[in-house]
Design a protein around this ligand. Structure first.
Ligand SMILES: [Zn+2]
Length: 260
């Protein structure tokens, strides 16, 4: 059921601040330029992302960085409030995720690959998948004082690539399709650079600007596979109960290469 009056609403539901930027930042800028309403939701505020600050300090810093990165994209930002390395699917975390997702009311959700390099990403993926299913169920209550309304329908669900394009066993996970991000890669890197604490941390560690270089390398590698200069990959959840409507493929038709 598509509401012709409203712009498509896409929520990137990821584990940590910067995951959405790294994995699908270029795609998000393309959709923004088409008038889509975007949101970024992270499960945590990145409370373990420092070797020098306290958890409270780095949480505050990274929450602010995530917000300014979302502002740069022109996206809403929400944080579920879970803790790094402790993202788990349970009744309480699912209620929190559903509540925040209902507030944004997405037509399309992008989350992590179900198989990824760390459990936080895999559990975030499972949380997002379960939440998508529950969003439009009137009897699923989030037990908030002023709960957001139930959504009209289940959003279409997409998975970003796992980090490095491989699962926890090191086996390659291929996308269903590639999105060319040659035209948006610089915006993506600029957005990523707003996560200053992470950039500085990696720069101190490696002596080079590894935070941005890594993102550029990944983009170039996916580009090489797809015949573009830079690309990102996505898969759509095509199991029972989730919309099969190809929202992203249709919107970005001219810059998409489907993997055969
Ligand atoms: Zn992450």
């Amino acid at each position: 059921m598509t509401d012709a009056a409203r712009a498509p609403r896409l929520l990137a539901a990821m584990a940590h601040p910067d995951d959405a930027e790294i994995l699908v930042g270029g795609t998000l800028f393309h959709l923004k330029s088409l008038g889509w309403e975007l949101g970024i939701m992270t499960m945590t505020s990145g409370d373990c992302g420092s070797a020098t600050h306290t958890k409270e300090e780095i949480s505050r810093v990274r929450h602010a960085e995530a917000k300014s990165a979302a502002d740069y994209l022109g996206a809403w930002y929400g944080c579920v409030g879970l803790m790094d390395v402790e993202i788990f699917v349970n009744a309480e975390s699912l209620r929190s995720v559903v509540e925040l997702m209902r507030r944004f009311d997405p037509d399309v959700v992008i989350t992590h690959s179900p198989a990824d390099y760390m459990v936080d990403h895999e559990e975030a993926s499972r949380l997002a998948r379960s939440a998508c299913f529950a969003l439009s169920m009137p009897l699923y209550q989030t037990r908030q004082i002023a709960p957001a309304p139930t959504t009209r329908s289940t959003p279409a669900l997409y998975y970003a690539d796992p980090i490095d394009g491989v699962d926890a066993m090191g086996d390659r996970v291929f996308p269903h399709f590639y999105v060319e991000v040659t035209g948006t890669i610089e915006h993506k890197l600029e957005m990523l650079s707003l996560h200053k604490s992470q950039r500085d941390w990696l720069r101190a560690h490696h002596g080079v600007d590894e935070y941005l270089e890594q993102a550029r390398r990944w983009g170039a590698r996916y580009g090489q596979e797809s015949g573009f200069e830079y690309a990102e990959g996505l898969r759509q959840h095509l199991g029972h109960g989730y919309p099969h409507e190809p929202w992203i493929q249709n919107a970005l038709n001219s810059i998409i290469k489907t993997r055969n």
